[in-house]
Design a binder for this molecule. Structure first.
Ligand code: BDR
Ligand code: CA
Length: 358
């Protein structure tokens, strides 16, 4: 357990830390904060979302208060069904809330079955949960939970940002009452990565570019976890790591290794490496172990139309354009620029295996 990491979280908010320095150093691996973070996890449940959901469920640093789902990696209904399946199989207490079926303004496209399979979970299991989603919609649940717990709730959004945008439209005051929003999405090019859905469009940003852009226009504390850090090579899970999870993390390990096979095939075909990149779990890690990340401060926009739909543009603090008419009115947010990859893998494995051995 890293005492330095714990005391940082206990005494300083992320905003206070960030005002102290534009770039934070990578620290040694941290562990659970004394009081678990109250988290709503918002997902388009495909394969890496399933990894993230079990990471949050088994992490002692997280108090998972709700699982909100939406379209993206698969359809709205399959995304919710996958959440219900995982909730039932692994005994997750939080309810599943069904959310958006499509983007705010873009027409609905076909889900990327070549990445996540027909069922969104790699087509290896029979996904047939016997439980049902809660009655409340995902945006209403997000808005209500934040307003009932001012300053307490962290939203980790790892799908298109549609549910969050709808929650803010339903209850604008959530902007001042959410503790933090951590988004897996976008890419600003720190590491040469700009897009995965298109040349410059990261999938979650591209799937609902208006929702993602609107997120950056409000002064709630947003931290962006983009492809800049989620493609960190030594944060990828390789076959040896996945086999170890299978052997040591009980049924969760068996499930995750099995669904990872389709995802490995996709990365082998598309990037020539036999690994899985865990975009969404890295966003969960950012919430519970921020000391693993370097962060830069600046303003963000997302292009909403045309060939550059979904492109994230970052104007860092100190840039000569920072106070220009195009950027002056926008609030400053945080963008992750580097990740301690082995630290992330260790944190993930420890959460999963500790649960199995408890
Ligand atoms: C993001 O898009 C989805 O395919 C993944 O689940 C992740 O949230 C990566 O670009
Ligand atoms: Ca996702």
């Amino acid at each position: 357990m890293d005492e330095t990491g714990i005391s940082r979280r206990r005494f300083l908010s992320r905003a206070a830390l960030l005002s102290a320095a534009t770039v934070l150093p990578i620290r040694l691996l941290g562990e659970a904060s004394p009081r678990p973070l109250r988290v709503i996890l918002d997902l388009d449940i495909g394969i890496d979302d399933a990894f993230a959901l079990l990471f949050a469920h088994y992490s002692p640093a997280v108090d998972l208060v709700g699982i909100t789902t939406l379209f993206g990696n698969t359809t709205r209904d399959k995304s919710a069904r996958n959440g219900l399946y995982i909730k039932e199989r692994f005994g997750i207490g939080a309810e599943v809330y069904r959310g958006a079926a499509a983007a705010l303004h873009h027409p609905l496209g076909d889900p990327p079955t070549f990445v996540h399979g027909e069922d969104g979970l790699g087509d290896t299991e029979t996904i047939n949960p016997s439980i049902e989603a809660a009655d409340l919609s995902a945006p209403d649940f997000i808005a209500r939970t934040i307003m009932d717990n001012p300053g307490e709730v962290t939203v980790i959004a790892v799908g298109p940002m549609t549910n969050l945008a709808l929650a803010r439209l339903a209850e604008p005051a959530i902007v001042d009452n959410v503790r933090e929003i951590i988004v897996m999405g976008g890419a600003v090019g720190f590491d040469g990565e700009l897009g995965n859905a298109t040349t410059v469009g990261e999938a979650n940003a591209w799937n609902d570019a208006h929702a993602m852009d609107s997120l950056f226009r409000y002064s709630w504390p947003v931290t962006m976890v983009g492809l800049d850090v989620t493609y960190t090579p030594d944060a990828a899970m390789d076959p040896v790591y996945l086999q170890r999870l299978r052997d040591q993390a009980d049924d969760a390990g068996v499930f995750l290794e099995r669904i990872s096979r389709q995802y490995r095939k996709f990365y082998l075909a598309s990037r020539g490496v036999d690994v899985t990149f865990q975009h969404d779990s890295i966003a969960v890690a950012c919430a519970i172990a921020p000391e693993l990340f370097e962060v830069k401060r600046g303003k963000l926009r997302v292009l909403t139309d045309g060939v550059a739909r979904g492109q994230t543009i970052f104007c860092p603090e100190g840039h000569h354009e920072f106070e220009s008419p195009e950027w002056a009115d926008l609030p400053t947010h945080s963008v992750c620029s580097a990740l301690d990859g082995p630290g992330f893998l260790e944190l993930y494995e420890r959460a999963l295996t500790r649960a199995a051995n408890a």
